[in-house]
Write a protein that binds this ligand. Structure first.
Ligand SMILES: Nc1ncnc2c1ncn2[C@@H]1O[C@H](COP(=O)(O)OP(=O)(O)OP(=O)(O)O)[C@@H](O)[C@H]1O
Ligand SMILES: [Mg+2]
Length: 345
């Protein structure tokens, strides 16, 4: 089954992620990519939006009492409805002129495991933000399309999307999901694991953004061959005397800190393989597994997964953009994919 572009125009696709929101406009590609964060200023009991996206992320963990920086998405679904709606509205306004809103159709991707209530909340917030029609697409399908996998063929394809909040493992064939499982382990959990490792082993308290920086700079899923690897200078608060302290963390320590979330990702892949019908599982052994999402960029995660599962593992090009690109492509190939895009829920 070959994909033929549809005839719709002025359509938009949104990857409403726990960490980042991306907006794709038909014919233009990805036009916005910002952190999913909203900052509010409270004055005389009234809440006002102060910043959204990049500017708001800079405020996380650094706000005075009158300002609150919120991440509206948690585990891939809406945790704060009001903030999510503000954020979507703000991003839509940023990328299109108001006059074109009347015909706006938006496809948003949702985690495979989202409940009907969670899906309705996402649809509702997109409609309230100005869309005339809102369709939902399952995230693993979007990730696989975005990674360029031949998902409409009658063969088994496995995609593992490792986001900020969740890791979704899915087996696809003939354009739909045969098996999917979402585990609440992703980049946020990795950051938490680094924070608690340093608290336990070095009595050092660091913030979430420092933990994320450690992970993206020297983070690794495997013990370095020399037993230590690269080293990074870090700053935090000494929990014994309460004063700021500068120290260092090695790649080996980060690998130790990340061992648990990495193991949980490996386990999810193994479970998916065990639950996959034998012919499709054989296809996956032949074709290997595709990793997408920001978490796929963790150093040596592909190697760690290969060692544990025996499968060949690839990291998608533009892994952070796959879901948005795939949702965008779904706009263009809507006819062939209509059975997987939900407009009424
Ligand atoms: N080089 C890197 N190494 C490790 N992690 C990384 C790297 N680059 C980004 N990340 C992590 O990837 C995560 C964001 O990925 P992504 O944008 O795919 O998530 P999301 O789509 O917002 O979340 P979800 O799909 O769970 O809703 C963050 O936790 C970020 O720290
Ligand atoms: Mg995502």
């Amino acid at each position: 089954m070959a994909l033929i572009p549809g005839i719709f125009s002025s359509d938009m696709a949104i990857d409403l992620g726990t960490a980042n929101t991306l907006v794709y406009i038909r014919g233009k590609g990805i036009v916005l990519n910002e952190p999913s964060v909203v900052a509010y200023h409270t004055k005389d009991g009234k809440k006002q939006v102060l910043a959204v996206g990049e500017d708001a992320k800079l405020m996380l963990g650094r706000t005075p009492g009158s300002i609150e920086a919120i991440r509206p998405m948690r585990d891939g679904v809406i945790a704060d409805f009001e903030a999510a709606e503000e954020m979507i509205k703000h991003f839509i306004r940023k990328v299109i002129r108001r006059g074109t809103w009347t015909r706006l159709k938006i496809i948003v991707c949702v985690p495979h495991g989202a409940t009907p209530v969670e899906k309705r909340a996402i649809r509702q917030s997109v409609i309230s933000a100005g869309a005339k029609r809102a369709g939902l697409l399952s995230e693993p399908i979007a990730a696989a399309i975005g990674a360029g996998m031949p998902i409409t063929e009658p063969t088994g394809n496995m995609v593992v999307d490792i986001g900020g909040g969740t890791t979704e493992v899915a087996v696809l064939s003939l354009g739909d999901i045969v098996y999917a499982r979402s585990v609440r382990v992703g980049g946020d959990r990795m950051d938490d694991a680094i924070v608690s490792y340093l608290r336990r082993h070095q009595n050092l308290l660091i913030g979430d953004s420092t933990a994320e920086r450690i992970k993206t700079s020297i983070g690794t899923a495997r013990m370095p061959d020399d037993g230590r690897g690269a080293v990074m200078q870090i700053r935090g608060r000494d929990l014994l005397n309460g004063v700021p302290k500068e120290t260092e963390i090695s790649q080996a320590q980060v690998a130790e800190a990340l061992a648990e979330p990495v193991q949980q990702i490996c386990d999810a892949v193994m479970q998916a393989l065990e639950a996959t019908p034998p012919d499709l599982a054989a296809d996956i052994v032949d074709r290997g597994v595709m990793l997408t999402g920001g978490g796929a960029l963790l150093g040596d995660l592909d190697l760690a997964l290969r060692e544990q599962t025996g499968l060949s593992i690839s990291v998608a090009n533009e892994s952070l953009n796959c879901v948005a690109l795939g949702t965008g492509k779904a706009l263009e190939y809507e006819k062939q994919l209509r059975h997987v895009i939900e407009y009424d829920i």
